[in-house]
Design a protein around this ligand. Structure first.
Ligand SMILES: [Zn+2]
Length: 298
């Protein structure tokens, strides 16, 4: 039953918007998922407003929302979002106006990392690197259960560094951010589709490729072998700099079981150490970790 102490969270993603109403201990009261409208900024605001009104009836209940991208600490506008309609918008203010409720906005990977370091796979760890492998690729850092924001509010934003070495094909990949060969252009769902197309000449979604991989299809196996190499390369940078106790993976591609058997051996070879003890774990709260962390923002 909804109370004034209930928590309301929204996870705005490239393909879906998820809403969660939870009690103060985090138990789910209601959860709804809708498709992200592909159109205008106004449509996105309306979709969130509809979701919130379905979840909560207490008018003053504040909302925490996780988004791809982040809020610039100087302009308070959204930047770096792969939902392009959000960029340069005063999203928190606009959403407060639309909802008539207090709103807090944070990076979605940070929300995910809050959830997993509080009572998820990273609960026992002092330092956690949370990774989202979904429509986009993001990261968040938690030290002693506190999110590291950073001087520019970009701590953990690792998806838009270039992948150190291209392993599946020689062609460059342009990223929406204007750079080339960003980690996101290889390790996201759309990135995986491009790698698969490089081998098979076929356009398939990440979901379809995962099914083929599990069925043992040759091009899908090549695609995932490249993917595990690329993931290990990308994580080796983080490990050499941050050396986290645990790396927790979330997002659609984190559901592939072989990630947890194939990546550690590859990563061990790349890390500058004589031993390798870093755990790579699947998010305990699965798909709902991001929305849980968003609800925790208040
Ligand atoms: Zn980029």
């Amino acid at each position: 039953m909804e109370k004034l102490t209930s928590k309301l969270g929204i996870d705005l993603g490239g393909t879906k918007i998820e809403g969660l109403l939870a009690d103060k201990s985090g138990e789910q009261l209601k959860r709804i998922r809708v498709k992200t409208p592909g159109g205008s900024y106004g449509e996105i605001l309306n979709a969130i407003a509809n979701l919130v009104s379905e979840l909560a009836t207490i008018p003053d209940l504040p909302v925490g929302i996780g988004i791809p991208g982040s809020i610039s600490p100087t302009s308070e506008r959204v930047r770096n979002s792969n939902i392009l309609a959000l960029n340069r918008r005063l999203f928190a203010k606009d959403l407060e106006k639309t909802l008539g409720r207090p709103v807090r906005v944070a990076n979605d990977a940070n929300c995910f990392t809050i959830s997993e370091s509080t009572d998820g796979a990273g609960k026992e760890a002092n330092s956690v690197f949370g990774v989202i492998l979904g429509t986009g690729v993001g990261g968040g850092i938690s030290i002693n259960s506190q999110i590291l924001e950073g001087q520019n509010s970009i701590a953990g934003e690792w998806g838009h560094n270039p992948l150190p070495r291209i392993t599946s094909d020689a062609s460059e990949r342009r990223c929406y951010c204007g750079r080339t060969n960003c980690i996101e252009s290889w390790l996201s769902g759309p990135g995986l589709s491009k790698t698969y197309k490089g081998f098979s000449k076929k356009d398939l979604t990440a979901e379809q490729i995962v099914k083929l991989y599990e069925a043992g299809e040759e091009d899908a196996i090549k695609t995932f072998s490249a993917f595990f190499d690329q993931l290990a390369l990308a994580l080796s940078i983080v490990t050499n700099i941050l050396d986290p106790d645990i790396i927790v993976l979330g997002g659609g591609l984190s559901n592939i079981k072989s990630i947890y058997t194939e990546t550690p051996d590859r990563l061990e070879k790349l890390v500058f150490s004589d031993h390798f003890r870093t755990k790579i774990a699947k998010a305990k709260h699965g798909d709902s970790s991001g929305v849980r962390g968003a609800a925790w923002l208040w």
